[in-house]
Write a protein that binds this ligand. Structure first.
Ligand code: 5GP
Length: 189
């Protein structure tokens, strides 16, 4: 799974995007548990933790000021505003991980485009929910989402889904085990 260039020998970048609620985060985490050589970076965000989320494990939760300072210092490989909050991938952690491992990034479409421009490499995978109805249902089951948040996420999902053709691989997350096995075969190939 290593790049062939002997001078660079950086791990492969797998960039996975999906509308919120498509099941991407669980898939990515499970993937890095199953594939020993694959790690994921912990993003920074300005949103508040959901019940059960742990700082520096799920995200590194920071204030808007801290996030903006990091932008100014050029500390993000990519960053974007998603659903009214800022999210970013720390460049140092990403590049340190890539010295030893392949890396999976669970980021939105804006971030994926920045990664494509910055590194000019990577494998881009888009995860689609089986239908908009199922997506809405999944978002409603996540108790953390309010009515307004759900509407906002569904609107953004429609926008994102219209861009999925930019990605090389599309996985429909109908059944978790099947989606996981598809993602695994893309990564292992
Ligand atoms: P959530 O708040 O539901 O965990 O994530 C909301 C959205 O932010 C998801 O689409 C997720 O992929 C995206 N996201 C999470 N971390 C990052 C990041 O570091 N950069 C970008 N651009 N998007 C991210």
């Amino acid at each position: 799974m290593r790049n062939e260039n002997p001078e660079m020998r950086m791990g492969i970048l797998f960039v996975v995007s999906a509308p919120s609620g498509a099941g991407k985060t669980t898939l990515c985490r499970e993937m890095s548990r199953l594939i020993h050589n694959l790690k994921y970076t912990i993003s920074y965000t300005t949103r508040t933790p959901r019940p059960g989320e742990v700082n520096r494990k799920d995200y590194t939760f920071v204030t808007l000021k801290e996030f903006k300072d990091m932008i100014e210092k050029g500390e993000f490989a990519e960053w974007a505003e998603v659903h009214g909050h800022l999210y970013g991938t720390p460049i140092k952690e990403l590049e340190n991980l890539r010295k030893e491992y392949d890396v999976i990034l669970d980021i939105d479409i804006q971030g994926a485009n920045q990664i494509k421009r910055r590194y000019r490499e990577g494998v881009y995978i888009f995860i689609l929910p089986p239908s908009m109805e199922i997506l809405e249902d999944r978002l409603k089951k996540r108790m953390a989402n309010s009515e307004i948040e759900i509407k906002d996420r569904l609107m953004k999902a429609r926008e994102e889904i219209s861009e999925y053709k930019e990605y090389e691989y599309i996985i429909v997350n109908n059944d978790f085990a099947e989606a996981l096995s598809e993602l695994k075969s893309i990564i292992l190939s």
